[in-house]
Design a protein around this ligand. Structure first.
Ligand code: ATP
Ligand code: FE
Ligand code: MG
Length: 348
């Protein structure tokens, strides 16, 4: 089965063509992403109206390029999938309306994809990971631990009570004046810094459950940094390193609890797949910690390649493959869903 996927939920305009059968790794035939990085950089964050306009400007030509690269015409694909949520409503409308128009014109099934489900299913596209598995989704908009039991069947084990972890990285970079998007800058500076210099809180650490919180950490860092102004390069590096270590400690603690919850439910000692997804999964220090944790808890870590961890349309097309395979397609009156928690999904 071959699916054309469209992604426009945030600040990446993306189109991709993917072929495959659920349960086995798929084939990515084209995967084009246009990041609107330059458009938003002057504002230090995503501006919804600018994002929606940029999607309108670029999506059509991106789709044409993706089909060309795959060597296919619209009539050769079996279905069309577009992100319907969660995300910014203007962008969602652009992708959704485009996808529905193409599906109507070519008389193909249409799938309104949940962006979070697409992140969660990416490991199946890449490695054919079998259900059930644990997902840690760490991105600019989310910080969640989920048990994936099947397509449309997710149990939320924990989520952030305030900021997403990528957002915390971005705000920290802004506070320290390191640049946007923040994650890669914080990581680069952290490598040169002393992570033990500032004693920052590890929010939620030691508490039962698997929820996250990053607001307190952000405030503590701001108070620490304010006292030091003007900041030297050493101060910046030490602050970045101390922040990153606090985040890694917190995520490790929460993930360990989620692993134990899932282990208890599984009722066996067999290895359980553990998938890390989202832009923050690019962080090497975090990956290392999670690798060690997974080994200690009997989990097999899979982290999709970076280009498939951040927002892309290959994951949307793959979610389409999975959904079409179980007969779960949508009508052309599917509407955008800016808020659409994974736990609300079904396999229908
Ligand atoms: P969502 O997928 O939840 O809608 P999003 O599209 O903003 O949100 P992604 O594109 O998956 O999220 O990831 C972007 C986030 O990842 C940004 O917050 C960015 O700072 C963060 N990030 C990227 N690289 C790194 C890194 N090396 N270390 C830490 N954070 C990183
Ligand atoms: Fe995303
Ligand atoms: Mg993004």
């Amino acid at each position: 089965m071959t699916v054309l996927g469209l992604e426009t939920s945030c600040d990446e305009t993306a189109a991709a063509v993917v072929s495959g059968v659920p349960g086995r790794p798929g084939t990515i035939r084209a995967n084009l992403v246009l990041s609107q990085f330059d458009e938003h950089a002057p504002y230090g964050g995503v501006v919804p109206e600018i994002a929606a306009r940029a999607h309108i400007d670029h999506l059509d030509s991106l789709i044409a390029s993706a089909l060309r690269e795959a060597g296919l015409g619209l009539n050769d694909v079996d279905a069309i999938a577009a992100t319907a949520g969660p995300g910014l409503v203007g962008g969602l409308m652009v992708g959704l309306v485009t996808g529905k128009a193409l599906a109507f014109a070519a008389q193909k099934p249409f799938v309104a994809v949940n962006h979070l489900e697409a992140h969660a299913l990416t490991a199946r596209l890449v490695s054919g990971t079998q259900f059930p598995y644990l997902v840690l989704l760490v991105s600019g908009g989310h910080c969640q631990l989920l048990e994936a039991r099947g397509v449309g069947d997710y149990t939320l084990l924990g989520t952030t009570l305030d900021d997403a972890v990528g957002e915390a990285f971005d705000k920290t970079a802004k506070l320290l004046g390191l640049g946007y998007p923040g994650g890669p800058h914080v990581e680069k500076w952290a490598r040169k810094g002393d992570a033990k210099r500032f004693d920052l809180p590890r929010p939620m650490k030691g508490r039962p459950g698997a929820d996250f919180s990053f607001a307190g950490l952000k405030t503590a860092l701001r108070q620490t940094v304010t006292k030091l102004v003007p900041l030297t390069e050493t101060d910046l590096a030490d602050a970045a390193a101390s922040f990153q270590l606090a985040v890694a400690d917190a995520i490790e603690d929460r993930t360990r609890n989620a692993m134990r919850m899932m282990r208890e439910r599984a009722g066996t000692g067999d290895p359980i797949p553990f998938v890390v997804a989202g832009g923050v999964a690019a962080n090497a220090a975090l990956r290392e910690r999670l690798e060690t944790l997974a080994q200690a808890e009997g989990f097999d870590l899979t982290a999709p390649p970076m280009a498939l961890c951040t927002d892309n349309a290959a994951m949307i097309a793959w979610a389409g493959v999975e959904r079409v395979a179980i007969g779960s397609t949508d009508t052309l009156d599917a509407s955008p869903r800016p808020r659409w928690p994974l736990a609300d999904l079904t396999a229908d």
